[in-house]
Design a protein around this ligand. Structure first.
Ligand SMILES: Cc1cc2nc3c(=O)[nH]c(=O)nc-3n(C[C@H](O)[C@H](O)[C@H](O)COP(=O)(O)OP(=O)(O)OC[C@H]3O[C@@H](n4cnc5c(N)ncnc54)[C@H](O)[C@@H]3O)c2cc1C
Length: 295
């Protein structure tokens, strides 16, 4: 199928991009890498009146350190971040990116595009929630910052208004006593997750756990983050003990009626096993104190 007709704008300034969206009066849509939007247009699941291509907007292609955070601009491709993260500044991003579709998709798709698209089974929104990333949005009233954990309202629904552009996302750079884990189960590599988890554990200088969080995705209408510090302390980060200890959290996080791909019970079993394994890994890495992403 072909997309329904639309007007096309390729502004060079952020203010012009916002003005185009305002002029479209609710009918505008930003296009970044097009990896999610183009199929949606072709299937006529969306019929925007105007596509606002942000790829020529000055400054949106910056990937840079800002204080103790890594800021990823709206047109930075996922693949570029994957390459740039060899030094493991944000290990969780590095662990998660290879799970996002295939390399070809990642060389066009942007990090911010994935965050804005808000597929409940997508990897990068889960990373952003787990790390408490901050999203910078520009609209007709200027810029505002929204925490990832407050950005997602439901499937494909976010705090973005029709006239907003997501300008950049910033992730905290990892310290030496932070550990991370990330894994998902999908039918084939490159498919969306049936269930997935991102985990983060921070230890103090004595090696005691000071914070632990996990974010589940693919199991409800949005990524959901839980503080599991008490459970990690109580189990000492032992994987087999965590399986049982995480049971109540997992029961609450899996919030679907089941679908053609998996039942609710199957998703719970997947998530429980993944969460125990990845939280245990994150714990081990944090206690070891190297912030590395190896085993
Ligand atoms: C075969 C296939 C497999 C895939 N597998 C996966 C997968 O396993 N995991 C996964 O996460 N994704 C997957 N994707 C989706 C994809 O590759 C993306 O990662 C991502 O959603 C798209 O980023 P993009 O830059 O291409 O966004 P676009 O397609 O350009 O835009 C997506 C949506 O976000 C909005 N948007 C984009 N940028 C902005 C911005 N700066 N401000 C405001 N709104 C914005 C658009 O208006 C649109 O609604 C897959 C896609 C395909 C085609």
């Amino acid at each position: 199928m072909k997309a329904a007709p639309f007007a096309y704008a390729r502004p060079a300034a952020l203010s012009d991009a916002v003005a185009e969206l305002v002029n479209a009066d609710g009918g505008g849509k930003v296009i970044a890498g097009g990896q999610s939007l183009v199929p949606v247009l072709a299937m006529r699941l969306a019929r925007p009146t105007t596509l606002v291509d942000i790829n020529a907007v000055t400054g949106l292609d910056a990937l840079r350190a800002v204080g103790d955070r890594l800021e990823v601009g709206a047109t930075v491709r996922q693949r570029r971040v994957e390459h740039a993260l060899e030094s493991a500044q944000v290990p969780l991003l590095r662990l998660a990116l290879p799970w996002v579709g295939h390399r070809e998709l990642r060389s066009r798709g942007t990090v911010c595009g994935s965050l804005a698209h808000a597929d409940p089974a997508a990897e990068l929104p889960a990373v952003a929630c787990c790390l408490d990333a901050e999203l910078r949005l520009a609209g007709p009233d200027g810029e505002r910052t929204v925490r990832a954990r407050e950005f997602y309202a439901g499937a494909m629904t976010t705090a973005l208004r029709p006239e907003d552009v997501l300008v950049a996302v910033s992730f905290p750079v990892a310290g030496p006593r932070e550990g991370f884990g990330f894994a998902e189960i999908a039918r084939r590599h490159g498919d969306f997750a049936l269930a997935g988890v991102a985990a983060h554990v921070r230890a103090d200088d004595a090696g005691d756990v000071s914070a632990a969080t996990m974010t589940a995705f693919g199991v409800s209408d949005r990524p959901v983050t839980r503080d599991v510090t008490g459970l990690v302390r109580a189990t000492g980060g032992d994987r087999s003990e965590l399986v049982g200890a995480l049971d109540d959290v997992v029961r609450e996080l899996v919030d679907t009626d089941g679908d053609a791909h998996a039942s609710n019970g199957y998703r719970r079993r997947l998530l429980r096993a993944l969460a125990a394994r990845e939280v245990a890994k994150a714990h081990r890495r944090a206690v070891r104190g190297t912030a590395e992403v190896g085993a």
